[in-house]
Write a protein that binds this ligand. Sequence first.
Ligand code: GLU
Length: 291
Amino acid sequence: MWLTRFAPAPTGYLHLGHVANALNVWNEARAHGGRVLLRIEDHDRERCRPDYETALLDDLDWLGLVPDLYPTSAFRNASGRVPCESRQSDRGAIYATMTERLRAQGLLYACRCSRRTLQHGGVRGDSPASGLVKGGGGTEVSYPGTCRDLGLPFGGDVGWRVRLPTIPVTFDDRWCGRQRQVPAEQCGDLLIRDRRGNWTYQFVATVDDYIQGVTDVIRGADLLPSTGRQILLGGLLGRLAPATFAHHALIMKSPTRKLSKSDRDTGVRDLRALGWTSEQVLAAAGSTSRA
Ligand code: GLU
């Protein structure tokens, strides 16, 4: 069954870029007779906030974007937030099980490198100490393998990394065409848990897309460089056939700057406060979405 997902991180308010992604997700699901699953990507305990989650659920309801699996009511009831198996902070047991799969294959090792020691300036990581820019791009620093063969103990202040084989990953992006990536060269051994105990985006997104049975991933082109490593990691975890990927252009603030959650002029909250209707917000986002 064709299944895609909308997977926002509650690190800020939804903006037009998220809405454009959501439109692509919902439109593609409808076009393929498929379904949309909502997943709350709150793996980063330092940056995510429950009030942002509430706001994004409210905004989805207001926009009339209704997930087929895990609708907004699966995450809350009249008295507030409820546990939900599609919220990453409620999926710790699954991540622990999947970590054991990697450990059993001898692929996991402890790493004491801090983000600062890995960083050569200006890299935005998944979370502190990740040393990796989430979507890759021009500034990504490849982990040099400093701790790979040290056999450090897993206790205490260490991150957890996965040894990646140096092999190319090729895939056909539905919208960007054939891609070839060598994750071991782009990012080096992948951090799956940082020194503060946060699971990283690359790990949880890969686990969740696999375990939740997502067949099609539709997301912004800033994540295209992450796709090879997610396909590779999915295979190491036991996924037999990778998902199909489609990456769409981003709404940009300027030719070189992406929208951010702090751009108040494009926040759904702010547009609502200015009196925009949900139709106007959807139309503004839709004018730039692909479908
Ligand atoms: N949670 C990610 C974000 O909000 C999306 C990740 C994905 O689509 O793979 O940027």
